[in-house]
Write a protein that binds this ligand. Structure first.
Ligand code: ADE
Length: 257
């Protein structure tokens, strides 16, 4: 991992996610970059450039490439919320990605979707390396760090009665240009990919990181469970859980950079 003073780029899809981070930053300066507002400053002594990319794979990939190019960033981080896929998880739990997959990139054959490595033509021999994986030494360090993080309880009006301690775990996160609001799709994505969470940006930023040779860490706090109620849970929980991702992100940055 480089140790230069180059900043880290932090990409957030939505204003609620960016606000949770911006309020923790000091020495803040704001600039516009090709129509995006970029907040420059320090987070716990680390130089960061934070931008609200907009939702989806293209918006986040363009933003990641722009920040990396303009500021010579040494790493890319995505922070925000996701839908839970693993039935063992609850709203408010947080997943740090050891593996990122674009679940909508591939070869569609009747009802079957065969995932391919993004950037490679999705034809011919079935490629198994469709996931972007974090380096094993970083996974080890983040696994240890995740076990130490304590997230505060959700506000009383949002917490389920008798709910247990919020979890922070390493997992596989899927990204695609779809908001998942279906129990059938949630089950399929969990089973086919063995994934814990789904969102719309992380694996696109991972593709940019792979091209540029930069490490990519994605931190996602669950705002919903991607099933039949996700369209109701997402707006109810997004602002309440976004600070959870920011809290975990601080610990990740302290651990890795
Ligand atoms: N981000 C948060 N919840 C999501 C969901 N259910 N599907 C896709 N992206 C999400």
């Amino acid at each position: 991992m480089p140790t230069s003073a180059a900043p880290l780029a932090v990409i957030c899809a939505m204003a609620e996610e960016e606000a949770a981070l911006a309020e923790l930053m000091v020495h803040v300066e704001t600039r516009m970059l090709l129509g995006r507002r970029v907040v420059l400053g320090q987070l716990d002594g680390h130089d960061v450039v934070v931008s609200e990319s907009g939702v989806g794979k293209v918006a986040s990939a363009v933003t990641a490439a722009l920040l990396a190019h303009e500021f010579g960033c040494r790493g890319l981080v995505v922070s925000g919320v996701a839908g839970g896929l693993d039935p063992a998880l609850h709203i408010g739990d947080t997943v740090i990605a050891h593996s990122l997959v674009q679940h909508d990139y591939g070869h569609l054959q009747d009802a079957a979707m065969i995932p391919f490595r993004p950037g490679v033509p999705p034809l011919g021999e079935h490629r198994r390396d469709y996931a972007f994986e974090l380096a094993p030494d970083l996974i080890d360090r983040l696994t240890r760090a995740a076990a130490e993080i304590d997230l505060p309880d959700l506000p009383a009006d949002l917490a389920a009665p008798g709910e247990r301690r919020r979890r922070v775990l390493m997992g596989r996160i899927l990204s695609g240009d779809q908001f998942i609001n279906s129990e059938v799709v949630r089950r399929r994505l969990h089973t086919e990919f063995g994934a814990q969470a789904v969102e719309m940006e992380g694996a696109a930023v991972a593709q940019v990181g792979a091209l540029l040779g930069l490490p990519v860490v994605v931190v996602r706090c669950l705002s919903d469970l991607a099933g039949a109620d996700s369209h109701l849970d997402f707006p109810r929980f997004v602002a309440a859980v976004a600070p959870g991702a920011a809290t975990v992100l601080r610990r990740v940055i302290r651990e890795l950079w």
